[in-house]
Design a protein around this ligand. Sequence first.
Ligand code: SAM
Length: 265
Amino acid sequence: MKDYRKMNQAAWEEAFEHSSETFKMSPIKRLKEDPRSILSTPLKDTLNHVNLKGQTLGQFCVNSGRETMALMDYGLLESIGFDIARNMVDYANEVSQSLNLNTTFYARDILEIEDDFKDRFDIGLLTIGAMCWFDDLMPLFEVVAKTIKPGGRLMIEDSHPITNMIGTSSEEGYDPKTPKNLMYSYFRKEPWVEQGGMGYMTDKDYDSKTFVSYSHTLTEIFTALKLNGFTIDYFKEFDIDLSSMFMHLEQQGLPLSFTLIATKI
Ligand SMILES: C[S@@+](CC[C@H](N)C(=O)[O-])C[C@H]1O[C@@H](n2cnc3c(N)ncnc32)[C@H](O)[C@@H]1O
């Protein structure tokens, strides 16, 4: 869909304008008291396999930067975050300065990150809800690969692609008696076009600008990594929901999330 990234920028900036006090204030409290509580169990598990001490980390699609800042607690020298929503980036920089963290945020469409960031990071990071904003993972991983030093690592934590097949209670055709029913194709190519707001940020429904997102299969993820010069070192699936949409399906035999570590050769 033409211009979908501009549409998403407008929709995410609007979501941040509507965001609740809790959404803004709770991470600040946690960053002060227990930064690691911000990170998911799968991401913390993955961090057991990557040494962050003294390293520079770059995170892509950071929202208001809570994870990028929380990761400083693992001994990073510096962390840098990118997001397309200018108001979130301004806010994230304010929070980082107020907490005296060596974390800086840049307002960028990831696909337009310039060559100044070439070979800048020892470690790259994509967490839940980052890859789905790109219709094609090839150009995304091309940019991500550019910013990581040769021999550097990329960590990914996200919802499992299987979850794109499962319906949610707000969707037409959803039957609460059979919540495991698969409603959508794993191989879906058409975008998800939504105007229901970003409830997790706003704690309310509102008629929003249009969000456009895409499903990606594991094959697409692995292939785009390989073709952009990564080797996969570690891949793990979890029955833990990261999205708050499928908590009722946790520990029932379905893969709900995954993490991955790759090395740039
Ligand atoms: C679901 S949020 C990520 C949340 C993050 N994992 C967290 O837990 O805080 C997705 C973010 O991607 C950003 N985004 C969407 N398209 C983008 C693009 N083309 N370039 C950069 N950021 C983008 C949005 O502004 C939004 O803040």
